[in-house]
Design a binder for this molecule. Structure first.
Ligand SMILES: [Zn+2]
Length: 421
């Protein structure tokens, strides 16, 4: 019996060139990419991916929501496939790396396995998920949502953009309305992505092992006082809604800081009535966005906020109404897959950092149907969803090598393929 080949390294410069080549499709003046889901530019990028995937020896297939699957056959067709991927749609002023990196890192793994004639036991597959960004069509993470049953196919197909054009119409127009929406068996899913935050850069780490994603609770808060003249009304006789609201707004931020490092508290919208400089504000509406890595922390943050509200109500004749309007549970990725990312990073010579994702990703949907994990690499200044988004070539290569190890460990290298096919 011959020795099995070892896990190959990916070709970093080739991966970098592919990222730059794909970024030409929808390139912006400011060095970014504007390639909204299901536009002509998205079609061009999709066709480019399919061409590259076929050249790398993959079979390609498109499902009913336009997700593209590029499969490299393994020796054991009965085993479920190991999936990797991300998205290639962007924000209107997006960057070259968000999403594109995960897809092209997967493609580079296909190319490197082919170059080295390596045969895996299980099939492996690169997936391009439709409309991750949600900029043109809501809901976001649509393709992975349909695949994992978070969103129904009919709801997704009937979603319309601001011009009234539906997802179904656009998929047909660009030639990506595939057949079939019964998800195939998945062994596991791995997604490489730029961090989109500053933690890896600040801690000088190359690889982030993503252990989970922050849960979110969104609230609408209405504070009702009494409008009256800013001059004749003494300070002792006021029911100032904005003054009470400002205490709560401070409290939201303090709460998040008291559950450092992974809690977040944001008030991003404030409306003051009547919003006149010489009228004591009678009513204030504001939004509250609380995020944390587990439900217990979110419960504590929400109940602390309610305690502050009760205190204000007791001390002042003010009405305060807090209504929860949205809830996304905190999630943890599969422990075995997370451990595999950690082990693969260490094998590749890195000292990885455990990190929690603050943003949504297709992997969060996939985690509902298959063991999943993510690999983060740093991005400059933590900036993303911006034309200046940048990742270092060395980091791009590093993340793809960690992904290669995860895929090979999970799929199993069984031999050297016959170079003739
Ligand atoms: Zn993304």
């Amino acid at each position: 019996m011959t020795d099995l080949p070892s896990i190959p390294s990916i070709d970093g410069p080739r991966l970098w060139t592919s990222i730059m080549d794909l970024a030409r499709i929808g390139a912006t003046q400011g060095g970014g990419v504007s390639r909204l889901a299901l536009t002509d530019l998205d079609k061009e990028a999709r066709c480019t991916f399919i061409k590259w995937a076929r050249e790398a020896g993959c079979e390609t297939r498109v499902d009913a929501i336009g997700n593209i699957f590029a499969r490299r056959r393994g020796r054991s067709p009965d085993r479920p496939a190991i999936l990797m991927g991300s998205h290639i749609d962007t924000q209107p002023g997006g960057g070259k790396f968000d999403g594109n990196y995960g897809v092209l890192a997967g493609l580079e793994i296909m190319r490197s396995l082919r170059d080295n004639n390596i045969e895996t036991d299980a099939d492996i597959e690169v997936v391009v998920w439709t409309n991750e960004e949600g900029s043109r069509f809501v809901p976001l993470m649509m393709g992975s949502g349909v695949f994992s049953g978070v969103c129904s196919l009919s709801d997704a197909l009937s979603a319309r953009d601001s011009e009234g054009v539906s997802v179904g119409e656009e998929l047909t127009r660009i030639g990506f309305a595939g057949d079939g929406h019964v998800p195939h068996a998945v062994d596991s899913y791995f997604e490489a992505h730029i961090e989109q935050g500053p933690v890896l850069e600040r801690t000088e780490r190359t690889i982030g092992v993503v252990v989970g994603a922050l849960g979110q609770r969104w609230f609408d808060c209405t504070v009702t006082g009494f409008e009256s003249h800013a001059g004749p009304t003494p300070m002792t006789h006021r029911r100032d809604a904005l003054q009470a609201a400002s205490i709560l707004i401070q409290r939201v931020v303090e709460l998040a800081k008291s559950f450092a490092p992974n809690a977040r508290g944001t008030v991003g919208q404030v409306a003051v009535h009547p919003n006149s400089r010489n009228v004591i504000p009678g009513r204030v509406h504001f939004s509250v966005d609380l995020r944390a890595e587990d439900e217990e922390t979110l419960d504590s943050m929400a109940s602390s906020l309610c305690e502050t509200i009760e205190t204000i109500k007791q001390n002042q004749s003010i009405l305060i109404d807090l209504v929860e309007v949205s809830r996304v549970p905190a999630m943890r990725f599969d422990a075995d897959c997370v451990a595999l990312v950690d082990r693969s990073a260490r094998e590749a010579g890195y000292d990885p950092l455990e990190i929690v994702s603050g943003a949504g990703h297709d992997a969060i949907n996939l985690a509902k149907v298959a063991p999943s994990a993510m690999i983060f690499i740093p991005c400059e200044g933590g900036v993303s969803h911006n034309e200046i988004e940048h990742a270092e070539p060395d980091h791009v290569t590093a993340g793809a090598n960690v992904l290669m190890r995860c895929i090979c460990h999970r799929a199993g290298i069984v031999g050297v393929a016959n170079p003739s096919h």
